[in-house]
Design a protein around this ligand. Structure first.
Ligand code: NDP
Length: 342
């Protein structure tokens, strides 16, 4: 269905702590018209990712913040409904960076064609999209795991974490992790094949739980969370351990600067290599990574979970589920009908 107007969710003011409804505004604008070499695409699925919280703040980061009054940013799976570009036909399914809105006009270079026969198209925002690529490159290029080593990952059942754990398992590592509910722990152990996983909310002593989950120490700490879990994992790192710093979601809503790592001396004692990673640094390897991960999915070696919530208007309230932990796997907004589903 083509709407008469383009609903957009804009950033009305910069959040203080966890975002609230007043930080966003739902506006309606005319559906844009594509120019030469451009297409008009209708949003089917919109991703909600933790990094978006940082883009709401006006602080130095790896990218510019969303301007006040600007449309909230983010990748989408969209359908081409008008095309002035030879490489794209009406009906094509594409991944693009439309943001929180119903329609976008984009040049061909900003579109990645999605093959609906490969996997459900929503996976282009999750396991076969940015989070999956983050897991793949972050683990293999930064963590450099070797068979028999122990990999520990926090936010283990999430879009990035569950993929990290499964790739580590495929590569012959012992895999341990932590997550925030017993259902998520069961998923990591039973469906993703983790060797150990604990509930950091109910375990009592996180450091003790990590020691139990990783009795031979940790060789690669894939860091998604920061704070107490990060400090405890770091103290369990072995000599020449590696720490892939992917995210620190526990302090994305902090209102004062949190002391993330107050025991840096341990990096020296154990000669630990710490490296921050940004998925966009690995673009040259994306095609190969996606091919390999799609193969693992087809063979049943790599599984994934999604939480899909209907309605663009629900994006602001749904976003906070990332910080409450009430998403399970990739968090996605369904903005309009998925034409690939019967
Ligand atoms: P998830 O699908 O894992 O969703 C976020 C999860 O984080 C929640 O479900 C919750 O799970 C957990 N969480 C939230 N708050 C806390 C907290 N205070 N303490 C511990 N756990 C918490 O998200 P993603 O997989 O998309 O992202 C995971 C991490 O990877 C994030 O830090 C993100 O910023 C980062 N990232 C970095 C990229 C890069 O290029 N560097 C690219 C993509 C993601 P639970 O119930 O287990 O608590």
């Amino acid at each position: 269905m083509t709407r008469k107007s383009n609903r957009q969710i804009t950033l009305a003011r910069r959040p203080h702590g966890l975002p609230v409804a007043e930080d966003f505004r739902l506006v309606e604008t005319p559906v844009p018209t594509p120019g030469e070499g451009e297409v008009l695409a209708r949003t089917i699925y919109l991703t909600l990712d933790p990094y978006m919280r940082g883009m709401m703040d006006d602080t130095e980061s790896y990218d510019d913040p969303v301007p006040l009054g600007g449309v909230m940013i983010g990748s989408t799976v969209s359908q081409v409904i008008e095309s002035n570009h030879d490489g794209f036909a009406v009906g094509d399914i594409v991944e693009t960076y439309a943001g929180w809105q119903d329609y976008v006009v984009a040049p061909g270079a900003a579109l990645r064609k999605i093959d609906p026969a490969l996997a459900p198209i929503s996976t282009a925002l999750g396991v076969l999209g940015m989070p999956g690529l983050t897991a793949y490159h972050g683990l293999l290029k930064v963590g450099e795991p070797k068979p028999g080593e122990t990999v520990f990952v926090s936010a283990a059942s999430g879009a990035v974490g569950a993929t990290v754990g499964q790739i580590a398992r495929i590569k012959g590592c012992r895999v341990a992790g932590c997550a925030g509910s017993d259902e998520k722990i069961a998923y990591c152990l039973d469906d993703c094949g983790f060797d150990a996983c604990f509930n950091y909310k109910t375990c009592g002593d996180v450091a003790q739980a990590i020691r139990q989950a990783c009795p031979d120490g940790i060789d690669v700490n894939f860091e998604n969370v920061g704070g107490e879990i990060s400090r405890a994992a770091m103290m369990q790192l072995n000599l020449h351990g590696r720490m892939a710093v992917c995210g620190t979601i526990s302090n994305y809503n902090a209102t004062d600067v949190e002391q993330v790592a107050d025991n840096l001396w341990w990096y020296i004692v154990r000669r630990i290599r710490v490296q921050g990673l940004l998925v966009t640094d690995y673009e040259d390897g994306h095609a190969e990574a996606l091919k390999e991960m799609a193969g693992w999915i087809a063979q049943g070696e790599l599984v994934y979970r999604e939480t899909v919530v209907e309605g663009l208007e629900n994006a602001p309230a749904t976003f906070n589920r990332l910080f409450e932990g009430s998403n399970f796997g990739k968090l996605i907004i369904q903005v309009s009908d998925d034409p690939t589903k019967g």
